[in-house]
Each structure stands twice: as structure tokens, then as C-alpha cells.
Design a protein around this ligand. Structure first.
Ligand code: HEM
Length: 488
């Protein structure tokens, strides 16, 4: 951008001086959420860096995000054309593709409706408030039994390995109307994605910005392509089976409802946005993909915090014992009587900030934010980690303290504080699975902690260092669980 292109009276956001060709890549380092947080202390919460030759604007305060993503929401609702995004869902992803506003909005609405009708609306049996609750309760029970068996046979377990299959089964139930055994080889391999997926699509991957790097051999990129290919093959096979057995009068799951929509659309001559059937049914690929990795990561981090802070685990179990007991199953409707558990979950989201940045955004037109000029098609990073660790908002942000969300009596969660935790994004691109995600993390944890107590392995130091990526994971490790004895 030449100085003469910037409208009079405006200036570009400030930022560090870029080097030729590589820009500020060296300053980003291995943990861009930390380096960009440090940098913004010098340059402010709207700053501009350069990755390769491409300018990237980084936003990093709650008020600035409200201004950009809500008040000027349409201006910041695009996705950038990044190299790695082209391989996700064959370039037709709802979350990652550069679909223009009309197409993206229509697909997002379809996805939201599909999720709503197969999770929150009336369920299939009188025992559960909704189908989602039924899926979660059943899978959580399986998980407790599975962990007990693994403990008996092996003496310890890898939390992510088992949690991810249970969580994937919940979204498989909703999307595909089926569940898989914990020993189903293809599913287990698919959902235990090597962490390359998150690493390659995390904000600031130099290969997304510097074309030359794409030609260098990269193990991470090879694994990433392989994951995407296996994922597409898996979903396409299930979709083909659904087309073969489709019955308009018996819509079994989200895939059926999307196929039905394609047929309805053809009958509706007024529909003015033309979206291919592939792009409509392909929405299920996004829902399945987003629906297990995020929630499994949240649950896996939760277990790590529980074993790192046994006193907190004890407090959650005491609250469960006093308000629910050990006999009846916990339900979603128990949330208001389990404030300490809710505070723990909020603190896990805040402290881990395991989605340190949202998926990158992009400006849809020339715009002005806080007096700074940002041109159309500028890539925008949103630093959620920094908002969750801002010492002005959070007292002693690096300490893990669920109490920060509770009133003095510990009886209610302060909703205003809860809303300041940024993990699902904000505004037009805000996560569409938020209510499913929150419900699932709550209910899985409540059921697990009612029945099991988790411990770290003796003589093994717990390594809670996050590995940077779109979703930051802790290193794979082993934990123990003991069955809680029945109350007298
Ligand atoms: C987008 C977080 C669960 C579906 C996002 C974004 C974040 C996020 C940060 C990006 C927002 C942005 O770009 O500004 C989470 C977390 C979850 C979770 C923390 C669980 C704890 C889910 C679930 C589903 C889902 C269960 C679906 C079943 C999506 C989709 C998008 C998205 C489709 C893309 C929306 C768009 O681009 O318009 N999520 N998510 N997420 N999420 Fe989630």
C-alpha cells in the first residue's frame, strides 16, 4: 500500500519494521500468541505486522474487538485466501473458505438450523430433555466404563485418546445417526488426528504467506494433506450411503436434512442464491470436524487442570455430592446448582485459551478502525489469548482460580465476568457450536467426576506446556482414575 493510497487524515496501524521478503516472521517465533501480546504492549491493540510480503492486522483488546466484530461486523467478516485453507474440505469449507458474503451467510444459516433441530429440539425419549443430552449421557457412561477397563488392564490411560472417541460419537450421532466402538480402527485413527492439522492452520504459519516455503519438503504439510484426504474419504462414503437410503419421510440426521434441503431448493424457484448440492451437503464435514476436536481438547485440558489442582477436583466432587448425589445421573438442567463446576470450566477456557486466535478474518472492504486505515482483503488476527490474560481485566491472570467467577458466597457465577472470557470468537463469525460445546463440556465433566477421581502418575512431572496451533494441545501423557466408592 502506497502512502498516497491512504485517505487524508488517516494512517496505517503502527507496528514493527518488517525485513525484506520475510517481514516479521522471525519476531513471531514458535508462540505467536505470546510474541504478538508482547508486541501489542508497545504498538497498541490495533497493530500491523507483515508476514512475508503480506500485511496482517492484529486486534487484541475486548473493546476493539467489539468495535471491529460487532459494530463494524460486516467489514471484518471475511476469510483470507490462505494456502492451507484450500485443502480443507476440498476448498469448500464453511469455516475456512473465501465464500462471498451471500453464500457464506446462507450456508451458516443452514448449518445453524441443522444443529438446532438435531440437538436442542425435542429428543427421542422421555428420559432426556433433548437429543444432545441423550447422546452425551450415553457416551459419558461408556467412557466411564471404558476408562475403568483400561485402568484395570493397563494401570493408566492417555486421556485424549479415549475422550476424543466419545466426543466424536456425540457429533456422529447428530450428523450421521450412528456411533462407533472405541476399537473402530478407521475412526480412532481419524479422530486422533496428529496435531499437524492445528499446527498448519494456526494463525501465522509462514507457508500460508510466503509462497516459496510451499516448495520446501515439510513433514507437517504432508501429514496435514493426509489428514484432510482421509477425513474427506470418510465423510464422502457416509454421505453416499445416505443418498442411497434417503427417504424424504424419514429424515434421520443432519446429513439427511441437508440432502432434503438440496431437493427442496430445486422446487423453490424463488431461491436467489445458487449454492451447489456439494456445498450444501459438505456442511456436514465442517460440523463433524469442528464438533469433536475443540470439545475433546477442552475436556483433555480439564483433566490436566483437575490432576494439577486436586483441591479443586475435590471441591467440584463435594458440590456434586451435596447437590446431585452419586445415585442419579447428572443432567443439563443441573447447571444452576453446580456453580463451582461452571466456574472451573470458565477458568479452564480462560487460563488455557487453547484457541489462542480465532480462525483468521479478512476485511471485506476498505475500512477505518479506531482511526487507522485498513484496506480491503487485509488478513486480520484476533488474539483471544491476550484478552483472557489482560492484567487490567483479570487479577493475577496467570494463576488458576475458578473463584474469580463466583460471588463471595460461592453460590452464583458472575455473568458479566463470564462474558469476558473469549473462546468462541465474537460477532458475525462467532462459533455456531457454542451452546453444544458448553453443554458437552459441562455434562461430560459432571458425569466423569461423579463417578471417577483423576490422578497424575506418581514420579511423573505433569507437563502443561501448550503446543501452538489453531487449537493448542498439551503433550500426550498418561493419567490414572479411581472409581469413587458409593456414599454410605
Ligand atoms: C468457528 C471455538 C465447538 C462449529 C469457531 C471459532 C472459534 C470456535 C474460536 C472461530 C470464530 C472466528 O473465526 O471468529 C469453538 C470452541 C468449541 C467449539 C472453543 C468447543 C469447546 C464447536 C462445535 C461445532 C462448531 C461443537 C459444531 C458442531 C463451528 C463452525 C465455525 C466455528 C462451523 C465456523 C463459523 C464461521 O466461519 O462462520 N469455533 N468451537 N464449533 N465453529 Fe466452533
Amino acid at each position: 500500500l502506497l502512502r498516497k493510497d491512504i485517505p487524508a487524515g488517516l494512517r496505517l496501524p503502527p507496528g514493527p519494521k518488517p525485513l525484506p521478503i520475510i517481514g516479521n516472521v522471525l519476531e513471531l517465533g514458535a508462540n505467536p500468541h505470546l510474541s504478538l501480546s508482547r508486541m501489542s504492549q508497545r504498538y497498541g491493540d490495533v497493530m500491523q505486522i507483515q508476514i512475508g510480503m503480506r500485511p496482517v492486522v492484529v486486534l487484541s483488546s475486548y473493546e476493539t474487538l467489539r468495535q471491529a466484530l460487532i459494530k463494524q461486523g460486516d467489514d471484518f467478516a471475511g476469510r483470507p485466501d490462505l494456502y492451507s485453507f484450500r485443502f480443507i474440505n476440498d476448498g469448500k469449507s464453511l469455516a475456512f473458505s473465501t465464500d462471498h458474503a451471500g453464500v457464506w451467510r446462507t450456508r451458516r444459516k443452514l448449518a445453524l438450523n441443522a444443529l438446532r433441530s438435531f440437538s436442542v429440539l425435542e429428543g427421542t425419549s422421555a428420559d432426556y430433555s433433548c437429543a444432545l443430552e441423550e447422546h452425551i449421557c450415553k457416551e459419558a457412561d461408556y467412557l466411564v466404563r471404558r476408562l475403568s477397563v483400561v485402568m484395570e488392564n493397563c494401570g493408566s490411560f492417555d486421556p485424549f485418546r479415549h475422550i476424543v472417541v466419545s466426543v466424536a460419537n456425540v457429533i456422529c450421532g447428530m450428523c450421521f445417526g450412528r456411533r462407533y466402538s472405541h476399537d473402530h480402527e478407521e475412526l480412532v485413527r481419524l479422530v486422533n488426528l496428529s496435531d499437524e492439522f492445528g499446527r498448519v492452520v494456526g494463525s501465522g504459519n509462514p507457508a500460508d504467506f510466503i509462497p516459496l516455503l510451499r516448495f520446501l519438503p515439510s513433514q507437517a504439510m504432508r501429514s496435514f494433506l493426509d489428514i484432510n484426504r482421509r477425513f474427506n474419504v470418510f465423510v464422502k462414503r457416509i454421505v453416499a450411503e445416505h443418498y442411497n437410503s434417503f427417504d424424504k419421510n424419514n429424515i434421520r440426521d443432519i446429513t439427511d436434512s441437508l440432502i432434503d434441503h438440496c431437493q427442496e431448493k430445486k422446487l423453490d424457484e424463488n431461491s436467489n442464491i445458487d449454492i451447489s448440492d456439494e456445498k450444501i451437503v459438505g456442511i456436514v464435514n465442517d460440523l463433524f470436524g469442528a464438533g469433536f476436536d475443540t470439545i475433546s481438547t477442552a475436556l483433555s485440558w480439564s483433566l490436566m487442570y483437575l490432576v494439577a489442582y486436586p483441591g479443586i477436583q475435590e471441591k467440584i466432587q463435594k458440590e456434586l455430592d451435596e447437590n446431585v448425589g452419586r445415585e442419579r445421573e447428572v443432567r443439563l438442567s443441573d447447571k444452576p446448582i453446580l456453580p463451582y463446576l461452571e466456574a472451573f470450566i470458565l477458568e479452564m477456557f480462560r487460563h488455557s485459551s487453547f484457541l489462542p486466535f480465532t480462525i483468521p478474518h479478512c476485511t471485506t472492504k476498505d475500512t477505518v478502525l479506531n482511526g487507522f486505515y485498513i484496506a480491503k482483503d487485509t488478513c486480520v488476527f484476533i488474539n483471544q489469548w491476550q484478552i483472557n490474560h489482560d492484567p487490567i481485566t483479570w487479577k493475577d491472570p496467570s494463576s488458576f482460580s475458578p473463584e474469580r467467577f463466583l460471588d463471595a458466597e460461592g453460590m452464583t457465577v458472575n455473568k458479566m465476568e463470564a462474558e469476558k472470557v473469549m473462546v468462541f470468537g465474537m460477532g458475525k463469525r462467532r462459533c455456531i457450536g457454542e451452546s453444544i460445546g458448553r453443554s458437552e463440556v459441562f455434562l461430560f465433566l459432571a458425569i466423569l467426576l461423579q463417578k471417577l477421581t483423576f490422578h497424575s502418575l506418581p514420579d511423573h512431572e505433569l507437563d502443561m506446556t501448550p503446543e501452538y496451533g489453531l487449537t493448542m494441545k498439551h503433550k500426550r501423557c498418561h493419567l490414572r482414575a479411581s472409581l469413587r466408592v458409593r456414599a454410605e
